[in-house]
Structure formats: structure tokens, C-alpha cells
Design a protein around this ligand. Structure first.
Ligand SMILES: Cc1cc2nc3c(=O)[nH]c(=O)nc-3n(C[C@H](O)[C@H](O)[C@H](O)COP(=O)(O)O)c2cc1C
Length: 328
């Protein structure tokens, strides 16, 4: 057995696999959109094939330069970003990123963003068109195993209000996108709403295969000497350990509102964080901001989950969500 196979193999007797619609992931630990690019920068640092899934940086119809700098600021136990979905656009994604992604052995979930329903549909339509005509990569992989729909973008048809805050829009968008692809569709929800469970139910009604929960929390830091916000745009998205309890609570709520799998994220840096999400009801997790300080986090978290399962005599990772003693 090669070193790669040894490291990717789960400990004997444990089932770490996760099913999202028609997709079977080898394990529950993925890397979050926007914190891992399309993988290339991490090749030397992370055993990418051993990940459960790689969620790509957002892909939009047109290239986007993103927001003006400064667009990142550190906060206690967190980071605020206002990157503005900087990405090369779907055509460059197809030319430059897809060939590399099709050589990966982990699940590849393409994160999609847009300002209108048509934008999202066009990105998925264009990718599907290419996949239908392209020769598969190594081991018959296409490089796209599913889509994660980032609905936190402002909807230009609705005066900039985010898709993610309107359940009716979410249901309509999901329904429209399901017609464009047979691959699993994961709706990634914003916590910046009155009731995230309402939005999750709408996504499920539209045909979503899973929910990712959560995207960043709106935050602001003010520079008191320069008398201006530390981020050029004013507010940004807070991520990292500071938001973990928000994400765990959202996962708990959403997993009780829908029957489809929930993928939990927000502030995971250690196995214990991931296990909290799994106990709250998630079937898989993603690691984002903590990759910046510890690219080894996914491997450590996966090993920690396996060790915890051993200690608690759990054979299948999917059973962890059934183990929480419900609050009074
Ligand atoms: C620098 C940066 C860029 C991000 N870009 C995206 C993106 O393109 N699409 C998306 O859905 N989420 C994006 N996110 C949100 C993350 O995927 C994740 O939902 C959030 O950071 C919470 O997880 P974490 O605390 O583990 O980072 C980004 C986050 C950061 C920090």
C-alpha cells in the first residue's frame, strides 16, 4: 500500500464516509470556500486527496477583482474579510482550474455566486456544458462532484438585498438550479437572517440535497485613530473561532428543521469543534479560517474525530448526530 493510500485509509472498523445526495465522500472533513482557493497553493502543505471534500473559491459568470483594500482585519479569535468574491470567472475556471481539479481524488464541490438567478444558472450551465463534452480526468473524475450555492451575495434585482435572507427567493433559485444539473446541490446559508430554519426549509422545498451552515457573520472594526472602518467597505464577514457557537447553534436548529444533510462550519480548528457540529446535527464539516494558521488542521481534525469515535464506541460518523442528549 502506498503512503497516500495508507494516510487516506480510515482506521479499521470505522465508517467515516458521508453521503450527500448521490455523492459519497470518503470522510466528513472538507476545506471551506474562499480559504483554500482551488487547491494549488496548498499542494505542498495539505494531503488534498485525503480530504473529504474541497469546496472551491466562489466562481461567478464574469471575472471579479473584488473589493478595495484593506479587505481583511483580525479581531479577537476571528477575522473579518470583505474580499468581494474576487475570482477569475467561469471561463478561466474551466480553462485553468478544472484540469487540476479533475486530477484530485477527494470530492470537489464548486462554490457558485451571482447577483441574479440567471447568473447562478449560467455558471452551472456553462460548467455542465463543458463536463458533457470533456474527456474525464484520471480515474474517470470530472473535477466537479457537486455545487455549493453561496446565497449571501446581494441580489441586484432586489435592490441589493441578499438572496439568503428571502426564503421565497431561495426556493425559486434552488428549483431553477436543480434543472441545470444532476449533481448534488448544497445551499450555503447566511446566519445574518431572522430565522435560518425558514431559509433552510425553503432550500429543501426547492430540491436542495444539503445545507452548508454557516457563512460569515456581519462584523465591523473601527480604527479609532484614523476615525474610519478598518475594512475599506465598512462592514465585512466575521469568521474563525469567534463564530463557532453561532454556527453550532445554527446547525442544531437547521438539522431539526430539514431532512437533508447539514454540513457544519464556522470556527472549526480542532477535533472537539468539529464533534460539536456533528453532535449538533451535522453529517460533515468544513474548516476555513484556521487553515491560515494551521494547514494541518483537516488531518488533525479527522484523526481526532476517529479517536473520539473509538473512545465512544461509535462505528459510523453519521450516527454521531443521534447521540446528543437534548437540552431540557
Ligand atoms: C477570506 C475568506 C474568503 C471567503 N470566500 C468565500 C466564498 O468565496 N464563498 C463562500 O461561500 N464563502 C466564503 N467564505 C466563507 C467561508 O467559506 C466560511 O463559511 C466562513 O469563513 C466560516 O468558516 P470558518 O470560521 O471556518 O472560516 C470566505 C471566508 C474567508 C475568511
Amino acid at each position: 500500500m502506498s503512503e497516500t493510500e495508507q494516510r487516506a485509509a480510515p482506521p479499521a472498523g470505522l465508517d467515516l464516509s458521508v453521503r450527500i445526495g448521490s455523492l459519497l465522500m470518503s470522510n466528513p472533513v472538507g476545506v471551506a470556500s474562499g480559504t483554500f482557493g482551488y487547491g494549488e497553493e496548498y499542494d505542498e502543505l495539505v494531503h488534498i486527496d485525503a480530504l473529504g471534500a474541497l469546496y472551491t473559491k466562489a466562481v461567478t459568470l464574469e471575472p471579479r477583482k473584488g473589493n478595495p483594500a484593506p479587505r481583511l482585519v483580525e479581531t479577537p479569535m476571528g477575522l473579518i474579510n470583505s474580499i468581494g468574491l474576487a475570482n477569475p470567472g467561469v471561463e478561466q475556471f474551466l480553462e485553468k482550474k478544472l484540469p487540476l481539479l479533475s486530477r484530485r481524488r477527494c470530492a470537489i464541490i464548486v462554490n457558485v455566486a451571482g447577483s441574479t438567478e440567471d447568473d447562478y444558472a449560467a455558471v452551472i450551465g456553462r460548467i455542465e456544458e463543458r463536463l458533457a463534452s470533456a474527456a474525464p480526468g484520471s480515474e474517470g473524475r470530472s473535477g466537479v462532484d457537486g455545487y455549493e450555492i453561496n446565497v449571501s451575495c446581494p441580489n441586484v434585482h432586489r435592490g441589493g438585498m441578499s438572496f439568503g435572507t428571502d426564503p421565497a427567493l431561495i426556493e425559486r433559485l434552488t428549483r431553477a438550479l436543480k434543472k441545470r444539473t444532476a449533481r448534488p446541490l448544497v445551499l450555503k446559508l447566511s446566519p445574518n437572517v431572522t430565522d435560518i430554519a425558514d431559509v433552510a426549509r425553503a432550500a429543501e422545498a426547492g430540491g436542495a440535497d444539503a445545507i452548508s451552515c454557516i457563512n460569515t457573520v456581519v462584523g465591523m472594526v473601527i480604527d479609532t485613530e484614523r476615525l474610519r472602518p478598518a475594512i475599506a467597505r465598512g462592514t465585512g464577514g466575521l469568521s474563525g473561532p469567534a463564530i463557532r457557537p453561532v454556527g453550532v447553534a445554527a446547525t442544531y436548529k437547521v438539522s431539526r428543521a430539514v431532512g437533508i444533510p447539514v454540513i457544519g462550519l464556522g470556527g472549526i480548528s480542532r477535533a472537539d469543534d468539529a464533534i460539536q457540529y456533528l453532535l449538533a446535527g451535522a453529517q460533515a464539516v468544513q474548516i476555513g479560517t484556521s487553515l491560515f494558521s494551521n494547514p494541518g488542521a483537516p488531518q488533525e481534525v479527522l484523526e481526532g474525530i476517529a479517536a473520539w469515535m473509538g473512545r465512544h464506541s461509535v462505528k459510523s460518523v453519521g450516527d454521531i448526530r443521534l447521540m446528543l442528549r437534548e437540552p431540557a
